[in-house]
Design a binder for this molecule. Structure first.
Ligand code: AMP
Length: 371
């Protein structure tokens, strides 16, 4: 389970499938125990949200029972509107029956009160309410809630039948609305594609922290730190620095910026292992990568650009064509797979990296503005 984006909002993992199954089976056991084997209750699920809960509940309920559904609309967006439109689906003659209402979640209780009143007028033997989730802090009604799977705080949740503006019902676990603080972008592209140049401009436009792993390594080499000495032999040949060293360094750089609005990662991740480590590291903070923005440029043009840069940059790895070619090999063998990695999460956004600096910035901004 990781952070999910549904419409315009982010949701973090809240209740796993396993936990939900535990609440559901406990509820079914309690109800069965209280009713006894002789009683054949009619369970009434409140659609749409309860369909998954009801399906699981009745499978966990081992005695004889009947099942029906009523439908009712009261949710719009992330807060209950309280507005009740129409209740459909009560056809059975319910006189003398034990009716048990199955709700996925009870918050204000507005919807439930209306339904409860309708059933109460049907000369039932008994009427009980079972809810998987209950928000005690917002419940404002005098109704008896007979069985509660789990009391939860007043935060919007989605999944396991519950939706956010129509989406999310099919998730098999529950996610909670989260207000994300950060915008985290991986600026991607082969060596020389202009990541560094663009990141320097974009970080100011968007108020983000720019972390270039190449720059951090070069800084360490210049200052002859232990990390610098370790990295130098790899970098000079145009090889990648080993993952473990790079990942630890990256984490330390992120943690130096506790108040950051977000990061532009430039030159990281460069391997699938690094990408996974970054995802896990951000997930621990309740954050995620919003997107990989890739500068797309042909290799031959890049070699020319790098050799030209080598005339002034002082970088050994820019001055020799064989080292440059080796960096491309590393890119093709280890780094280019990351396009797929982010594409699979619908997070890959390509931009044409040929043109003036201003034109390319403009193209990137168009993408950044959507992330
Ligand atoms: P760059 O400035 O991004 O072109 O990086 C220059 C060199 O630093 C690369 O050729 C690698 O040797 C090393 N390096 C930078 N970032 C990474 C990374 N994420 N993983 C491994 N090596 C890296």
């Amino acid at each position: 389970m990781s952070i999910l984006k549904i419409h315009d909002k982010y949701f973090k993992p809240y209740k796993s499938r396993k936990k939900i199954a535990k609440y559901v089976s406990l509820l079914a056991q309690q109800v069965a125990l209280d009713l006894g084997k002789k009683e054949v209750p009619l369970f009434i699920g409140i659609l749409n949200g309860s369909f998954m809960f009801v399906a699981d509940f009745i499978r966990a309920y081992k005695d004889q029972c009947e099942i029906s559904f009523v439908k009712f609309t009261s949710y719009k967006g992330t807060t209950s509107t309280g507005e009740v439109r129409k209740l459909v689906g009560i056809n059975e003659n319910l006189e003398g029956r034990t009716v048990i209402i199955l709700e996925d979640i009870i918050d204000t209780g507005n919807t439930l009160v209306e339904i409860y009143e309708i059933f109460r007028n049907k000369k039932l033997k008994q009427l009980k309410i079972v809810t998987l989730f209950f928000k005690p802090n917002v419940f404002r009604k005098g109704l008896p809630i007979d069985y509660i799977g789990k009391s939860i705080p007043d935060k919007f949740i989605v999944g396991y039948g519950l939706d956010y503006n129509g989406l999310g019902r099919n998730l098999d676990s529950i996610y909670q609305l989260t207000t994300r603080k950060m915008t985290n972008i991986v600026l991607f592209g082969p060596p020389g594609s202009g990541k560094g140049t663009q990141a320097t401009i974009l970080k100011d436009i968007y108020g983000l922290i720019h972390i270039s792993t190449g720059d951090v390594f070069r800084y360490n080499i210049k200052n002859s730190t232990e990390l610098g000495l370790l990295a130098k032999s790899f970098m000079d040949k145009g090889n990648l620095v080993p993952d473990e060293i790079t990942i630890n360094m990256l984490k330390a750089e992120v943690d130096k910026n506790t108040d950051a609005k977000g990061f532009i990662f430039d030159g990281f991740p460069r391997t699938e292992l690094q990408a996974k480590a970054l995802d896990n590291f951000l997930a621990e903070k309740g954050e995620t990568i919003n997107g990989m923005v890739a500068l797309e440029v042909e290799e031959d043009l890049l070699v020319k650009r790098l050799l030209k840069r080598g005339e002034t940059s002082g970088r050994l790895d820019d001055q020799d064509e064989s080292k440059i070619r080796n960096r491309f090999n590393e890119y093709k063998n280890k780094t280019s797979v990351l396009k797929n990695y982010y594409q699979n999460q619908n997070k890959y956004f390509g931009a044409n990296g040929v043109g003036t600096i201003e034109k390319i910035t403009e193209r990137l901004c168009q993408i950044f503005d959507t992330l």
